[in-house]
Design a protein around this ligand. Structure first.
Ligand SMILES: N[C@@H](CCC(=O)N[C@@H](CS)C(=O)NCC(=O)O)C(=O)O
Length: 214
């Protein structure tokens, strides 16, 4: 069975898990400690980043690489769009979520949740505040891009929706998610994504783990 190495609070680990579930691929989530990596995790992730996967004799790290691998290995349902313009735009939203939003959001999540609740170390509130301020124009941009209904790119659910929803879910742990009052289209898209059956399964498994730190 496919192994996904990681901790479910991570937006990137959740992305890999959701892509697998959307495709009906069964997997085991294997908890990791990047500071003291087990041999199988270290072999799959050369720089100790999560997620990584082990699929038989094949190993791979990075959520974007894993999503692309799973999409090609299990083509139905496709999560990367076919058309050139749609593919480009879907990957843009994935990169926007993974690099731009995650960079600022990480300051909030680390200092208000991971540090104090998971690692037992005090958070840096000034850094968290800075992250919150940086997030505002990103949320405004997102709100300008989300359609009134349906999905972000080309009318079909894709890696774009998955990537945006997974970073919003992690931000939700610190209440830094899209405010329905000020970003209603983003908030509605987020709820549409979370209502999908694959997400429901992933989130139920996740809350069993993260509930211990709530
Ligand atoms: N671009 C990578 C980012 C992976 C990443 O930074 N993961 C974080 C968790 S959210 C991690 O492994 N942090 C542990 C560490 O850096 O030691 C991806 O999409 O998988």
């Amino acid at each position: 069975m496919l192994k996904i190495f990681g901790f479910p609070l991570s937006p990137f680990v959740r992305k890999a898990a959701v892509v697998a579930r959307e495709k009906g691929v069964d997997y085991t989530l294997v908890a990791v400690n990047p500071r003291n990596p087990a041999a199988d995790f270290a072999a799959a992730s050369p720089f100790r980043k999560m997620p990584a996967i082990q699929d038989g004799d094949y190993v791979l790290s990075d959520s974007t690489a894993i999503a692309a691998y799973l999409d090609r290995a299990h083509p139905e349902p496709a999560i990367f769009p076919e058309g050139a313009r749609e593919l480009g735009r879907a990957i843009w939203f994935e990169e926007f979520a993974d690099t731009i939003v995650a960079s600022s959001g990480g300051k909030v999540v680390f200092n208000r949740f991971v540090g104090p609740r998971v690692l037992g170390m005090p958070g840096d509130e000034a850094a968290a505040e800075q992250g919150c301020a940086e997030l505002q124009p990103m949320m405004d941009y997102l709100e300008s891009q989300v359609p009134d209904e349906g999905w972000l790119v080309g009318g079909a659910y894709s890696i774009a929706d998955i990537s945006i929803a997974t970073i919003l879910k992690t931000l939700d742990y610190v209440g830094a998610c899209a405010d329905p009052a000020s970003h209603p289209k983003t908030a509605a898209l987020y709820q549409r994504v979370l209502a999908r059956p694959a997400w429901q399964v992933v989130l139920e498994e996740e809350h069993k783990v993260t509930g211990a730190f709530a």
